[in-house]
Design a protein around this ligand. Sequence first.
Ligand code: SF4
Length: 151
Amino acid sequence: MHRLYENDDITIFWDSDKCRHAKVCVHQSPKVFEKDRRQWADPYAAPTAQIWNTVSQCPSGALTCVYNHDIKVIFDEKRQCSLALEGDGEVGECCYENDGTAWTIVHTGVLPDHEGRGIAKRLVYKVTEEAEKRKMKVIPVCSYAKKVLEG
Ligand code: SF4
């Protein structure tokens, strides 16, 4: 399972396949990471610096995070993609094809001057999270999505 949790400053990624349940996160930031809560991570429940510090100590790499750099990531079901927006301008996208049982991620791209900020990972996670919520299989064909989801 792939999930992303965003506050105004950062995006936290969680990959349940990598989670070793060492519970470092739960012990260090219990208000943020609460294992029995429906949405188990609440990125507004502690200062960003504390969350960042906790995430960086996850021993398995299941939790990671990036700064948002004022870029918003949204999901556009009609266009079959997630979009990265800077103001009203699109600076990145992750697109998929839907055959009714699986979403095949065919393209992930970010404008060259916006690379290196974790935007592509946010885009891939956004599509994957939406697919998983709909019980759709995700097939990453684009090389970047493959690296994020299978690496
Ligand atoms: S610290 Fe990392 S490995 Fe441990 S429970 Fe939290 S997410 Fe899982």
